[in-house]
Design a protein around this ligand. Structure first.
Ligand SMILES: Nc1ncnc2c1ncn2[C@@H]1O[C@H](COP(=O)(O)OP(=O)(O)O)[C@@H](O)[C@H]1O
Ligand SMILES: [Mg+2]
Length: 259
């Protein structure tokens, strides 16, 4: 038997309060290398807050996040991106007025070595790097199926394709863990299917995925492990099948749109 895959990301007793509101209370979870883990729960459960704490755009009130065993507390979001933690947002945050390709190239710069000064001076080293960045960006665009749209204004893309573009941009930072915040929201059935295929392909490339998602069909299809949040607490965790028949999970979802 092969050894258990290692934990790549560990959330250890994280709490977060906003004023009087406990957005997260003592939440722990472990994401294993190359796993697709889903984080689900009703609106307001604390899912986005937890992704923000992992990405470093929010700091926890207490608790630790560890990435490959290293404590992340105090590290800036851009440092975490460089370490290999990529993220997409609930809103796609597409830069309109820039082309589809340029939107992905923006992501690539994070892993570039030349730095902003070299870029501003257009040093030869930078020109070579720009070529690499261009080729990488094309590669990521093709991966998400947007290659043919490379030269279009990103703002003119339909909603579903803007989401794919956001995924391509975060892939361009070469993450080993990708945090996806409701990537299927607002997509039609066919787009959801394509998205599921894409997420699977990304995982097969060796990327670990933490997926916040409302669409249970997608979660059941993709996730190896599911953590359920409710009112900021971890309500349950298990395989999709275990979570689906968990009484407290069913109760938490009653009266919501997932019922
Ligand atoms: N920046 C913030 N300031 C104040 N309260 C917030 C902030 N972000 C989230 N919250 C509150 O924290 C709770 C969890 O929100 P959120 O993480 O967005 O939930 P989810 O993504 O599961 O829908 C909610 O009660 C929300 O109102
Ligand atoms: Mg959210």
């Amino acid at each position: 038997m092969s050894a258990e895959p290692e934990t790549i990301l560990e959330v250890d007793r994280i709490s977060k309060t906003f004023g009087g509101v406990n957005a997260l209370e003592d939440v722990s979870l472990r994401v294993r290398e190359r796993q697709i883990m889903a984080l689900i729960g009703p609106n307001g459960a604390g899912k986005t807050t937890l992704l923000s704490i992992i990405a470093g755009t929010l700091s926890p009130s207490s608790g630790q996040v560890r990435f490959r065993g290293k404590r992340l507390n105090g590290r800036q979001p851009h440092e975490r991106v460089t370490m290999g933690i990529g993220r997409t947002f609930q809103q796609a945050h597409i830069l309109s007025g820039m082309s589809v390709l340029e939107n992905v190239m923006v992501g690539c710069h994070t892993s570039g070595q030349a730095g902003l000064l070299a870029a501003a001076l257009r040093l030869p080293r930078m020109r070579r790097e720009e070529e690499d960045i261009y080729l990488d960006a094309v590669r990521y665009l093709n991966l998400v199926g947007l290659g043919p749209k490379a030269d279009q204004d990103a703002g003119s893309l339909p909603f579903g394709q803007q989401r794919l573009l956001a995924i391509a941009r975060s892939l361009a930072t070469e993450p080993s863990v990708l945090l996806l915040d409701e990537p299927a929201a607002g997509l039609n059935r066919m787009e959801k299917n394509d998205l599921a295929d894409l997420i699977q392909r990304i995982q097969e490339m060796g990327v670990t995925i933490l997926l916040v998602e409302h669409d249970m069909e997608l979660v059941m299809r993709l996730a190896e492990w599911v953590v359920v949040l409710d009112h900021g607490r971890r309500l349950a965790q298990g395989t999709p099948a275990q979570v689906r028949r968990n009484e407290s999970v069913i109760a938490a979802y009653l009266g919501t749109e997932e019922a």
